[in-house]
Design a protein around this ligand. Sequence first.
Ligand code: FUL
Length: 695
Amino acid sequence: MKKLFVMGALLLSMVSSACFANTAPPKPFGPTPNENQMAWQEMEYYAFVHFGLNTYTDQPWGYGNEDINLFNPTELDARKWVRIMKDAGMKGVILTVKHHSGFALWPSKYTEYSVKNSPWKNGKGDLVREVSDACKEYGLKFGVYLSPWDRNRADYGTPEYITYFRNQLTELLTNYGPIFEVWFDGAHGGGGYYGGANESRMIDRATYYDWQNTYKLVRKLQPNIVIWNDGGVRADLRWVGTEGGWVGETNWSLLNAKGDVPWNMLHFGVENGDSWVPAEVNTSIRPEWFYHPSEDDRVKTVSQLMDTYYNSIGRNATLLLNFPIMPNGQIHKTDEKNVIEMARVVKDSFAVNLAEKAKKIEATNVRSNNNLFGAANTVDGNKETYWATDDNQTTASLTIEFKKPTTFNRFLVQEYIRLGQRVKAFTLEAFVDNTWQEIAQGTTIGYKRILRFPSVSATKVRFNVTDSKSSLVISNIGLYDAPALLNAPQILRSQNGEVTIKSSDVGPYIYYTLDGSKPTPKSKKYTGPIPTDEKVEVRAITHDVSSKKSSPVAVEHFVISRKNWKISGEKDEKVSYVLDGNPSTHWYHPDPKKLPIDLVIDMGETLNLTGFKYLPHDDTMWNPGLITHYEFYVSLDNVEWKLVSQGEFSNIKNNPVTQVKSFDSEKARYIKLRALQNTSGNNRVGYAEIDVVTM
Ligand code: FUL
């Protein structure tokens, strides 16, 4: 009897320990997000707003002495801003309440340099109140950007300023309800008004602000907040090292608590970092942050916004997209239109998760062989369930089988980051014509990773994790057939004659002709650079296999090849960018003397010229040195030169597209473009491309 009892107890303990093993979830691996970071990450997309005295002075950075009387928006309606943001799919707003000029958008007790002394609403206005109220009304979260650098304050650089800064922070974090994020920009010292001193002041940004104590204050006043800081002291979120609108394809949500944070750590995170510091991509819908009328035709297009979306939210970051407000207090209609259209494209792209329609979904390894951690959890629409593998099982595959061939061009995958970020590398394969073909690959996943690839029709899809820091914990998988953005493709020819054709979207195929005939989906499919020589006319379309729709036709006539062209007298290797056929590479004279500045090209043969083309470097944000006034000379021997064209490239600043100038036919082997004046008023002159027009 006793024996039986012992055996029974043994059996019971075996069963219960087996049960325990069966249901125990994986242990967290490495650093994990806290609740505030988790809530912030799930917002994914929110707005930035830049508005202030700079809006009226057309400056990116105010000096700190700008006339307060300029601030008088006549049609400001914060509710309308927030409505647009909500319609755009955004979940919050961060208002730049004080930029570097020190002008405060709320009636702060601690300074006279604020809206309270401006004509707007006779000094009774409070923009922080209006925006935070509108956010409450429309269900968006509210955040503030308070610039630590203040070019107005006489005490900037002394300990008194830190008290002032904290007083302002206390006003903001006490009087306006819940604040989800506070933004402490990294710009820190230099020239400024400083209460009339008009001098340059430098501070040590690692020590001057005493961030640790400021953080304590912030967290005490707003326990649910996340702190952004690109300065020396680690906060809750990190900058990605660029304002261009992208983070690295590899993006770890980790940094080390101590030590320097060079650019590559900001951009890619740190694989084995000891702290959870996820990435936020901040970028403006226009080149600059404040409104400048000259940028009205430089608003990011829907395709550019979609690239930004995939390069931020699709790469384990959040997206903080800026609206520069106009002097009348409104969002420009182009900015509104594009951001709303982007929201429609996002909605349509991710409307139907085809993986949820699978016939079968199975994995090569499931933790404890228990359905609790089974592959089906990745398509159950529940973000708290996941597919997990056994401890130490760092590679595995998950296969989705459809009832019928299914077309898709997007893959979405999410790790259950509450248990840490783990995956280092993965691939995606499609079963097409009875064989497995690799269609995409990626490195890190994190909270969310989205891959784009040309549309593929398959009966099965296989997701393979090929490397991971620990066992796998995948919470969600999506396959989508995103409707194509069918814009005419871009056709480029390199100096050696290779033609490249680029689509503004990933998904549609490109078809082309070289004989002037109309391209159709029966024409040649573009698979890579096409070698061409001399004269050729390239026509191309993009085509979406799902909707069977094509884009308008793009046409480029290439007349002569620039194969033998040489830029005379320039040793800098990058000078070849001027002839490489790629509009996004550019070259500047390295050590410009004084204008006029010449660029001389030997074409290697004598040609009959009837004109020339100049494409400036398309970036008006950072002093690009676009040529505005020019002379163009030709020569047969590089000794005797003839002036064949002169004048200005009108409106090049606002619209920096290829400038084409014609002249009467001239025989020439050498050409010289002389820059007489430029947009930046210094001696900086740059070029993206130079070409000629022949008979
Ligand atoms: C930068 C600032 O200097 C810009 O003016 C802008 O506010 C941007 C968001 O941060 O560092």
